[in-house]
Design a protein around this ligand. Structure first.
Ligand SMILES: Nc1ccn([C@@H]2O[C@H](COP(=O)(O)OP(=O)(O)OP(=O)(O)O)[C@@H](O)[C@H]2O)c(=O)n1
Ligand SMILES: C[C@](O)(CO)[C@H](O)COP(=O)(O)O
Length: 230
């Protein structure tokens, strides 16, 4: 019976957040942003292990962050890109995870994840062979800008979804896909799997599961998390 593991890439520097402190360590509703996702996954019995990838020599990591955790470990093998960090994390799991086990890759910068979304993803994907991801159908019209900040074109939004995380794939297949296509700089796990010829399944996520990227996102995600309890 395939087990479920979580891999949390948390080795970014948060340049777009314009903060001295990497955004995954910024305080949100009384705890560091990355603690929110760890605590949600820790509380799900179906999850066998949680691996958080931090930057090599990460000065902000505090072992106390895991003091109450039973199945989470930290590995300081962050890479130059998110994809490299995920691949390094998968490789660090290889000795304890079976090839066919599921790995849910979740951004440390998405604190609004909750048990309902994770259960929805696991239930929708476990019966599939390929894997899939949480995502949201696009609600706004999309514009492509030219170099002057003027509209170059409007991109038809029919069937367009915004990818979120977790993205859930079998360990060996995902490791193979990222190893093969790392040089192409996939922006998510699904893209590497697509390049291997797969069609990952889209599963409805939630606005609350937004990625904290820019300074104003902190206020927005805090309000969404308060408005939509776990
Ligand atoms: N080399 C990297 C880059 C990103 N991430 C992680 O991937 C997630 C999503 O990436 P992003 O939002 O781009 O984070 P940063 O790269 O830190 O942000 P920025 O691009 O603004 O620097 C974050 O949890 C981040 O910590 C990572 O583990 N390793
Ligand atoms: C993986 C992701 O969160 C899906 O939307 C997104 O691609 C991460 O992008 P980033 O630039 O690494 O934040």
């Amino acid at each position: 019976m395939a087990r479920y593991h979580v891999l949390i890439p948390g080795a970014g520097h948060g340049a777009r957040m314009q903060s001295e402190t990497p955004k995954q360590y910024l305080m949100l509703s009384g705890k560091p942003i990355l603690q929110h996702a760890i605590d949600i996954f820790e509380a799900i019995e179906q999850i066998s292990s949680i691996t958080i990838v931090v930057a090599k020599d990460d000065a902000f990591w505090q072992p106390a962050l895991l003091s109450h955790c039973k199945k989470t470990r930290v590995v300081d093998c962050g890479g130059e890109t998110r994809a490299a960090s995920v691949l390094n994390g998968l490789q660090s799991m290889a000795d304890t995870v079976a090839a066919a086990d599921w790995v849910l890759v979740h951004d440390a910068a998405r604190p609004g994840i909750d048990q309902a979304m994770i259960t929805r993803l696991i239930n929708a994907i476990s019966a599939s062979e390929v894997g899939g991801l949480l995502a949201l159908p696009l609600a706004d019209t999309l514009k492509r800008a030219d170099e002057h900040g003027l509209v170059d074109e409007t991109i038809p939004r029919v069937k367009l979804w915004q990818a979120q995380t977790p993205q859930m794939f079998r360990h060996a297949e995902l490791q193979q896909a990222l190893s093969t296509h790392l040089h192409r700089q996939p922006t998510d796990e699904a893209q590497a799997m697509e390049w291997m010829g797969h069609q990952p399944k889209l599963v409805l996520g939630d606005l609350k599961n937004m990625k904290v990227t820019y300074p104003q996102d902190l206020t927005v995600v805090a309000a969404l998390m308060q408005a939509v309890p776990e």
